[in-house]
Design a binder for this molecule. Structure first.
Ligand code: DQA
Length: 140
């Protein structure tokens, strides 16, 4: 089972960035926990602040892996190009957000990617990623 987590802009700063919203743990530490909790999953991780690099990674992974867990960060609310990339590939994509975007500013309530994802998980902190992983495993 191959699953990739793709994180978008500013998520490289998890642990330092607005900890009251996103928590105080860095993603690398959380990713290590996921690796040890799911030893039978071939789990990989990619992060970029650049929209085109995220699209390239979706293209690269999207015909190979069993699932993509995508936190597109603010591109969620702006990027038709990322939505088109998700539509273009075969692998199921699950949208993830650490914060509950619906409790936040109205601009965060709209997502370009929700209609092209299998489902969406938000508001459970970093555990949102594990819940997405469980959803992919459950589906197999
Ligand atoms: C986020 C929510 C987005 O609105 C925001 O731009 C992010 C992070 C989240 O994980 O809660 O960068 O995707």
């Amino acid at each position: 089972m191959d699953i990739i987590i793709i994180n978008g802009p500013n998520l490289n700063l998890l642990g330092k960035r607005e900890p009251t919203i996103y928590g105080s743990k860095g993603f690398e530490d959380y990713f290590k926990e996921l690796l040890s909790r799911y030893p039978n999953v071939n789990l990989s991780y990619f992060q970029s602040n650049v929209e085109g690099e995220l699209i390239n990674q979706i293209h690269e992974s999207g015909f190979k892996v069993d699932g993509i867990i995508l936190n597109a960060g603010a591109f969620t609310h702006t990027s038709l190009a990322i939505a088109d990339a998700i539509s273009a590939v075969n692998s199921p994509v699950i949208e993830v957000h650490i914060s509950n975007v619906f409790k936040r500013e109205a601009v965060r309530h709209h997502s370009f990617i929700t209609p092209v994802c299998v489902g969406s998980i938000c508001g459970f902190g970093l555990d949102s990623y594990r819940l997405a992983l469980e959803a992919i495993l459950e589906d197999k």
